[in-house]
Design a protein around this ligand. Structure first.
Ligand code: PMP
Length: 361
């Protein structure tokens, strides 16, 4: 009943390409002639081997990764990565640089703090309520890694370029913009992303990790919390999130069919421009991010009053636009327009916004 589907602007879990959902639906009861659903197949079977290996190969193709990189599918969300990163990479005397650009960076920093790991917050945009991305950052010369959040889901800001870090590997939380644009992996020692925004369903976290990071990782840790455990077993030390990995594989296939990351980036820029250009042409809707830092993925905005915001969200919901409420910690409105959000949905949203403005100005 696809005609009853809404325009989904949820922040995560979020829209998945309709083509992928239909493909799942079509093969749900009998995966690849196995006579079983993908949710019933053994992760030790050749059926599942094909799925996970295909997903890894697609990630490597999309990002042009060479053999130094491991592609892992873990559980515990991006939030567990906040803890695993300092646990694995900071030994005695090591230190790390963190850039604080919002709620999720703050949480990542807290996990280094609770483990009493040496770390330094080298830049923060908290002074202006995280409405911008800091520039001209002075990084340490001896940090093991620099931690960044590439896209700030709640505050609607995004790194448009990644800073020069004196050759120190960047460890980056890309939960809300992975695969939304072309990426040169040379600067990155690790990237990670909870799947539920741009990759598939919740319950899987993708980790892309460079071998030299692993070479110096702490080994004296609980088995499940060591990257080496998962890297040496192709993410199958224990039962992996099979359905999540299967869906991610289909989403990656869809991205490849769309033309890859450059094409995805162009499409995402066009989509975001529809919303920002419309808002910036008037004064009724006010984007919360500074212009130079605005996110192509999470468009956060305010209306003239909180009362109007409530009415806007209620009327939008009635008309089939979902997920426009801002994060509960900040209020306001947010349209999350990840890869799977279509231009048609955004055009329809802009039309609705224009008519709401006319009626309530
Ligand atoms: N980082 C970012 C940028 C996020 O947006 C989120 C979730 N919204 C997280 C981390 C936390 O992810 P998870 O729920 O998978 O732990």
């Amino acid at each position: 009943m696809t005609d009853q589907r809404i325009h989904n602007f949820n922040a995560g879990p979020a829209a998945i390409p309709l083509k992928v959902l239909k493909e799942i639906q079509g093969s749900f009861l009998n995966f690849n002639g196995s006579g079983m659903s993908i949710t019933e197949i053994s992760h030790r079977s050749s059926y599942f081997d094909d799925v996970i290996n295909d997903a890894v190969a697609r990630v490597k193709r999309l990002l042009n990764l060479d053999d130094r990189f491991h592609v892992l599918f873990l559980q515990g969300g991006a939030s567990l990565q906040f803890a695993m990163i300092p646990m694995n990479f900071l030994g005695e005397g090591d230190t790390a640089d963190y850039v604080n650009t919002g709620t999720w960076s703050t949480k990542a920093i807290k996990e280094a703090q609770v483990q009493k790991k040496n770390h330094c917050v080298v830049a923060s945009s908290e002074d202006k309520d995280f409405s911008y991305i800091p520039t001209d950052i002075q990084f340490s010369t001896d940090a093991r890694y620099v931690h960044l959040t590439s896209n700030n889901t709640i505050k609607g800001t995004q790194f448009h370029d990644f800073p020069d870090t004196n050759g120190i590997p960047i460890v980056c939380d890309m939960s809300s913009d992975i695969f939304s644009r072309a990426l040169d992996m040379e600067k990155f020692g690790m990237i990670y992303a909870g799947a539920q925004k741009n990759l598939g369903p919740s319950g899987t976290c993708m980790v892309i990790l460079r071998q030299d990071m692993l070479d110096r990782a702490n080994e004296n840790l609980p088995t499940m919390l060591k990257y080496s455990t998962h890297a040496s077993k192709n993410s199958m030390y224990n039962t992996p999130p099979c359905f999540g990995i299967y869906t991610i594989d289909l989403v990656l296939k869809w991205i490849e069919e769309m033309g890859g990351l450059e094409k995805m980036e162009t499409y995402n820029m066009e989509k975001a421009a529809l919303l920002y250009d419309f808002m910036e042409a008037g004064s009724f809707y006010r984007p919360t991010a500074e212009k130079s830092s605005k996110s192509l993925m999470n468009v956060t905005f305010r209306l003239p009053t909180v009362e109007l915001e409530k009415q806007f969200i209620a009327q939008a919901t009635q008309k089939g636009f979902g997920g426009l409420k801002g994060h509960r910690s900040v209020g306001g409105c947010r349209a999350s327009i990840y890869n799977a959000a279509t231009k048609e949905s955004i055009t329809a949203l802009v039309q609705f916004m224009a008519s709401f403005e006319k009626e309530n100005k």
